[in-house]
Design a protein around this ligand. Sequence first.
Ligand code: GSH
Length: 210
Amino acid sequence: MLKLYSNKTAPSPRRARMLLSEKGLEFELIEVDLAGGEQLTPTYLAKVPAGLVPALEVESGEIITENLGIAAYLEAAFPDRPMLGSTALEKGRVAQWNARVEYLGLLSVQDAFRNKVSGLADRALPGPTNYAQIPALAQRGLERINEFMDTLNERLKQSLYVAGDFYSLADITATVVVDFAGWVRVPIPATATALAHWHERMQQRESYTA
Ligand SMILES: N[C@@H](CCC(=O)N[C@@H](CS)C(=O)NCC(=O)O)C(=O)O
């Protein structure tokens, strides 16, 4: 059976859980205590040298990390309910929008959050190496989140879902990023009605609480 090394509250493993839920796949969930530093213990690093969650253990025992790696594996191994697009054009759009949401949105919220909170002093980046917080990056992150919200709102004025007229990995990433922005107190702007309506639809999917 598939095993997912995950964490209840962190945004990145939520993306993997949502993907598994949308694809209707069963898996064993293994909670990793990030606050307690379990991801940096020799035992976890021996299994997952990246020191990150999510990590997917596949049937052969091999570990796949990175949401994109996990999505590529699951899509190839379990092609039903495609999440990366079906046609060449759809696949291109999903990859494009997923990358834009990560670059504009996820990195901005991560910068704003990890360079600010006192509990993450010297842990400004995830992974086994310690990096000091840079307050200017927190400020820049906050500014860029607004650009992300505007870009996504403009896109959703023209498109039912982020990558087109079908639900995909890009919607999963965007849902997680919009909710993660709440951690740095940036809500969906009152004027971003297309984004707000899309977010309401996302909350109605079973995968939202995965
Ligand atoms: N690019 C990775 C990012 C994974 C990541 O940043 N995970 C965070 C949780 S959201 C983590 O493992 N943090 C551990 C730490 O901060 O030490 C992915 O897409 O899976």
